[in-house]
Every structure is written in C-alpha cells, then in structure tokens.
Design a protein around this ligand. Structure first.
Ligand SMILES: [Ca+2]
Ligand SMILES: [Ca+2]
Ligand SMILES: [Ca+2]
Ligand SMILES: [Ca+2]
Length: 283
C-alpha cells in the first residue's frame, strides 16, 4: 500500500511547468516580427503563441540615418537605434525581445549596449546584465553571446562616444535586485548601465544576444526569459533598454497577470489526488 502512495507522489514531483513561450535563440520569428535591411523590417503585428499577455512597442524610422539622424524617441542614427521591444508573460516566465541597430561592427566608439532596467511596483529596481564585449571594426564577424559570459562596463565621453570597455563582475544574463547604476554622459543623465557595485544577485536569465538576425546586417537582437519568481511581490513592471549613451530608448509597461499553475500541472495534481483517494478507499 505504501508503494502505491509513493507512486502517486513521484508523479507529482516529476511534473514541472511547461515552458511554451518563445525559444531563446536570438531569432524573433517566434515573436511574429521580421528583421530586414534598408527599412524592410516589419514590427506591425507581433504575436507570440501560448502566452497570457504580450506588450510591444516600436520606433524604427530609418535604417540608413547617420549619427545625427532622428530615430525616435531620441536622435543618433541607425548605429544607436532602438527599434522594437516586446514583453510576453506566461504563468511561469517573463520574456523580453529587443531589436536595435547597435551592433559590434559599429566599432567600440558606437557600440556600448546598456543593461536592461526593470522598475517593479514592489519598490525594487532590477538590472539584467547585457554584456556585449568591446565590439569590433566595421565588417567584423557576428557576435552571438549566451548567458554566463563576462559582462561589460563601458566608459563614455561627454559626446556619448564610447572610449573604454572593461569586464564587469556581473555575468551576462545575471539578474540583480537594487544594484547601483551609471548615468549616461549626455544631458538626460539616465541610469543606463549597472555599476560594478551594489545589489543582490537574484537569478540568471535564459539569454541570447546576436547580430545574426538573418538575413539582416543592420540589426542586433537581444532575447531573454526570466523566472517570474524573481519579481516576488511585484504586480507591474516598467522595462527599459537603451544604449549606454542613451541616444535612444524604448520602454514597455507591463502589469503582471496572477501566476497560476499550468493546466498540465493541474491535471497531474488531480491524478495524484485521485490516486491517494483510491488508496484511502482500498483501506
Ligand atoms: Ca526566438
Ligand atoms: Ca532603424
Ligand atoms: Ca528608435
Ligand atoms: Ca553592464
């Protein structure tokens, strides 16, 4: 009899949540968007299967604009353009997708991605380390960076050009609660990069950062997912990403639907309870 009970409990323990959201691979076809050169991207009708909520925003005016071009909401040309941000939520995870013209082959002066900043309504501010490395010369090869690599901290001059890169003690994809922030060097002085000090490590995102947004050579993609347990106590998040010069920025405001067990978990839970009832009846 004890063996039958153990069998029921084992079935319960083996049942984890089913992650059915987008695959974290740097390819955003699973967000229903297309990325292409020369203003051929299409961000107009994003859709993600199997999520409870999807929030998106995009500002992408001109893939050819030079450094002084206006791209919305800020200025700075395609090399700094933040083009699309999507946030999707299922019962277990938060998914973030970002498309930008800031690529490693811009060269170091124009390549210094900021970190993702998430302001929660529980009073905490979270940071996700984006990394990026030192960039490369024009025409340099593709960068594909998964979570776990060394993060990056950039120094910039007063004109917003990057003048230095250093490894960050925060690993790529690591999530920090209430870290200290570095401000952009231009007039807006917004918090754009995590400083090397402060905060508590609260988890690691499933993370991909790639310039291999096939067939594009003018865009880079950041795609990640985070266990919603990281944001315990929060019911809404404001999510920001900008280059560390803050030449451009996009923001999504997300109210988090209540976390509920996956239907699959409920089914197995019911089966486990039925098994226990059957055991009790046999007694
Ligand atoms: Ca994907
Ligand atoms: Ca663009
Ligand atoms: Ca933009
Ligand atoms: Ca950083």
């Amino acid at each position: 009899m004890r063996g039958v009970i153990a069998g029921g409990l084992t079935a319960l323990a083996l049942c984890g949540p089913a992650f059915a959201g987008p695959l974290i691979d740097g390819n955003l076809a699973d967000w229903g968007v297309t990325v292409g050169d020369g203003n051929s991207s299409n961000f107009s009708s994003p859709v993600v299967a199997d999520v409870i909520k999807l929030y998106t925003t995009h500002e992408d005016n001109n893939d050819q604009a030079g450094d002084s071009g206006f791209l919305g909401p800020h200025a700075g040309g395609q090399n700094y353009d933040v083009e699309f941000m999507g946030v999707a939520v299922d019962s277990a995870r938060l998914y973030i997708a970002i498309i930008t013209g800031q690529r490693p082959d811009n060269g170091l002066a124009r390549f210094s991605p900021g970190d993702i900043r998430i302001i929660a309504n529980n009073g905490s501010v979270y940071g996700v380390e984006v990394g990026g490395g030192p960039g490369g010369a024009a025409g340099a090869g593709l960068l594909t960076e998964d979570g776990g690599a060394l993060g990056s901290t950039y120094s910039l001059n007063g004109n917003g050009f990057t003048v230095g890169h250093a490894d960050s003690p925060r690993a790529v994809g690591s999530i920090w609660k209430d870290p200290n922030w570095l401000l952009d060097p231009i007039a807006s002085a917004a918090p754009v990069q995590m400083a090397n000090s402060g905060g508590t490590a609260v988890g690691t995102a499933d993370f991909a950062y790639t310039r291999n947004a096939d067939p594009s050579t003018q865009h880079a993609v950041i795609e990640l997912s985070i266990d919603r347990g990281v944001f315990v106590g929060a019911t809404a998040l404001d999510i920001y990403w900008a280059p560390s010069c803050n030449n451009d920025v996009l923001e999504v405001n997300d109210d988090l639907p209540a976390r509920v067990p996956e239907p699959g978990t409920l089914g197995t839970l019911a089966a486990g309870l039925l098994a226990l009832r059957w055991v009790r009846r046999r007694r």
